[in-house]
Design a protein around this ligand. Structure first.
Ligand SMILES: [Zn+2]
Length: 587
């Protein structure tokens, strides 16, 4: 069984979503006020039998547990998988754990160093890097900063770096291993970082572990990183750590931001205790690496990244690593880069106002509740109680118990009695894991989704066929992700490059499926209709549930039945009607 399937099987969507929304019974299903948009009447539904969710309100979207976490935490599929795997107690095998010997690592550092010299030379001197130089000048970066951070530029060429490195005695295999070249199935190789501004990423000793690169125009994907290698691991990387460690030790404080540019601009303005996480969620490894320099860590995040789930993980880090984590969320439209450029005193003021992570969770949770209502008081105890109980230090625990009592206007003894009934647990995540492993879910796979993707991927010419097909038709997130990535990919090779590594196994399975080579266009059209019909039928079923609950025919029901009628007409026109819904052989 694949890791994705194992996580699915050990995850109950109801338990996951009930952390973000107050679910109420609604027939066989559950409803809630939508956690993604604000509303007065519930239009958000969870379907335990299908392990899916749908918002019939402003969002008008739905999916499985992965797409829920991706949307809620604003993260990609791989991160969502890692979060859910951790909850479910499923270990994700680390891909490619080749020789991590010292010699091997040193060789990779040397190759990366040579590439960094090559890229930064291009940024300074190449006519092709003119737009990059202009961009950096507009962002106010000085030549000293560019060289301190070893910024570079990759030419708009498939082989420029390759040729240069081969001339300097390196082999293609070595360059592929360092992640600088991409090898396609036919064995040919090309440069990974093309037409991009390049950020060199170093370890704390200044050795270059990998690169991050972004485009300066609209082309896709916007960001490309080095792949995992014996020296590069995204989840253990802190951008800027080599330049920040001294200041972090001196000031006994580290500030973690989200973007490369935020770090660079902070340093240029004399604020040197700043590093960036690589991507979205803060990881345990990053925090434990910082702990070697300071116990005081401030996270300066977007509201999107500072979701409740991510912050609960931070409480776990705080407890298990014995550190102090504070959180500051900048007002919408502001990022560290523009705050610092405008006024470093203003930046300092934000940091001074950072909240301890537990207080931050208090504010996030209570903001969604009406604490004059008794039911919401109970919810506050249920959601904040475990956070308080997880604190080891009795003084700190008492402090937050008092705070909760004041917040909801209920005396501490009553709260303690309520919490006594809930189990105490040292680790928030472990508690959930225990209760989750008991709820083993049946696997709900949809062969039609995978058959369709197999046809699509094995016949790239179908990309040009116009069809009314939406990612929403895919209920399984892994299929939806592959479909979305395929729309932006040039070929299977670039698809593999752009996909999260967690999805590669699933992709290989799809590519390995037997697909009939006849009537390709015809079968393609029938699949599209079939997916659309299933999707609409699902919506109609879900809509009926909703109508029974509210006794009002929703506007969407009418739209759904109109669209379904159109599908039936289309099927009749193609002579594929007569209820052959399960006749996969015909497809
Ligand atoms: Zn919604």
């Amino acid at each position: 069984m694949s890791v994705i399937d194992e996580v699915k099987q050990k995850t109950d969507i109801v338990e996951v979503i009930s952390q973000y929304a107050t679910l109420k019974k609604s027939g066989r299903n559950l409803s809630a006020l939508c956690p993604f948009h604000s509303e007065k009447n519930p239009s958000f539904y969870v379907y335990p039998e299908r392990q899916s969710w749908h918002c019939f309100g402003a969002c008008n979207t739905g999916g499985d547990v992965f797409s829920f976490i991706m949307k809620k935490e604003n993260i990609d599929f791989g991160e969502a998988l890692r979060i859910l795997a951790q909850r479910a107690g499923v270990e994700i095998p680390s891909r490619s754990a080749p020789d991590t010997g010292k010699e091997e690592r040193e060789k990779l550092f040397r190759i990366n160093e040579a590439a960094a010299v090559y890229y930064s030379n291009l940024l300074v001197n190449s006519p092709g890097a003119e737009n990059a130089r202009n961009y950096l000048k507009e962002r106010g970066l000085t030549p000293e900063t560019l060289s301190e951070f070893r910024l570079g530029y990759g030419l708009d060429s498939w082989e420029a770096l390759k040729e240069y490195m081969l001339e300097n005695g390196l082999t293609e295999d070595e360059l592929v291993e360092a992640g600088l070249l991409v090898k396609s199935e036919d064995g040919r190789t090309h440069d990974r970082f093309r037409n991009r501004l390049i950020f060199s990423i170093s370890d704390s000793r200044g050795r270059i572990t990998g690169f991050g690169a972004r485009v300066l125009d609209d082309s896709l994907p916007k960001y490309v990183n080095s792949p995992q290698s014996p020296v590069f691991d995204k989840s253990g990387t802190l951008y800027g750590i080599n330049l920040a460690s001294q200041a972090i030790r001196q000031q006994d404080q580290a500030v973690m931001v989200e973007g490369y540019m935020d770090v660079i601009s902070a340093h240029q303005n004399g604020i040197k205790n700043v590093v960036a996480s690589m991507g979205t969620a803060v990881t345990e490894r990053q925090v434990s690496d910082l702990k070697k320099m300071t116990r005081n860590i401030i996270l300066a995040l977007d509201a999107d990244t500072a979701g409740e789930e991510a912050m609960l993980r931070c409480v776990d880090y705080e407890n298990s690593l014995d550190i102090e984590l504070k959180v500051v969320v900048l007002p919408e439209g502001l990022d560290p880069d523009n705050v610092i450029k405008e006024d470093t005193a203003k930046w300092q003021k934000f940091l001074d106002e950072a909240l301890p992570v537990v207080d931050y969770i208090f504010s996030v949770v209570t903001a969604t509740l009406d604490l004059t209502k008794s039911s919401d008081k109970q919810l506050a105890v249920e959601r904040l109680g475990p956070v308080i109980l997880a604190k080891q230090n009795p003084v700190i625990r008492a402090h937050y118990m008092q705070k909760l009592a004041n917040h909801i206007g209920v005396d501490e003894r009553t709260i303690e009695a309520t919490l006594g009934r809930m189990r105490t647990a040292p680790k928030l995540r472990e508690r959930k894991t225990e209760s989750l492993t008991r709820a083993v879910q049946p696997l709900l796979s949809r062969p039609v989704e995978e058959q369709f993707l197999a046809l699509l991927l094995q016949h790239p010419e179908l990309k040009k066929v116009e069809a009314d097909i939406s990612p929403e038709y895919f209920e399984n997130s892994e299929n939806r992700e592959i479909f979305i990535a395929w729309q932006q990919a040039e070929d299977v090779e670039s698809l593999k490059e752009s996909l999260d590594s967690a999805l590669l196994e699933h992709l290989e399975n799809i590519l390995g499926k037997n697909v009939l080579a006849t009537e390709i266009n015809e079968r393609y059209n029938r699949y599209v209709l079939r997916l659309k019909e299933d999707h609409l039928r699902g919506l109609a079923r879900k809509g009926e549930v909703e109508r029974n609950a509210t006794e009002l025919p929703g506007e969407q029901d009418i739209q759904v039945s109109d669209s379904l009628r159109a599908v039936f007409n289309e099927k009749a026109r193609r002579g594929a009607g007569k209820g052959d819904k399960n006749d996969l052989g015909k497809l």
